[in-house]
Design a protein around this ligand. Sequence first.
Ligand code: DQA
Length: 150
Amino acid sequence: MAPTIHILNGPNLNRLGKRESAIYGTLTLADIESKAKTRAKSLGLSVVFRQSNHEGALVDWLHEAADSAGVVLNAGAYTHSSIALHDAIRAIDAPVIEVHLSNVFAREDFRHHSTISAVAKGVICGFGAESYLLAIDGLAALRAAAEART
Ligand code: DQA
């Protein structure tokens, strides 16, 4: 069975396509899911793709991903406030890549701080939907590097 990665999306990302398209683009979350699954499949990975507007659901899903091949996490606005997500990432072994569609550092000051960057394996932002695909590439590269060491 193909190793599984979890792609977790936080609040308001269900509105992609309709929401502030000048910032977030016109693709829907379903479009991103389909692109992500295609990229992951080409790298021999299978995908669990989820979205919730609730912080606790994201915590539960991080726990479910504890022993997976990795997590791509767009925590939306919880990125900037959530100690619970910070702790959940610390509580699991799977590498977590923090992603954002927009370049959060080119936006309002309150988006410059992330509670999760310090505990993420890596951070990718500013490439629109491509941010997710780059994160999947990164998880695949981490796996390949780990396999080469064994
Ligand atoms: C976002 C950036 C966050 O600041 C914002 O709250 C979001 C989306 C992004 O993907 O660019 O909801 O995570």
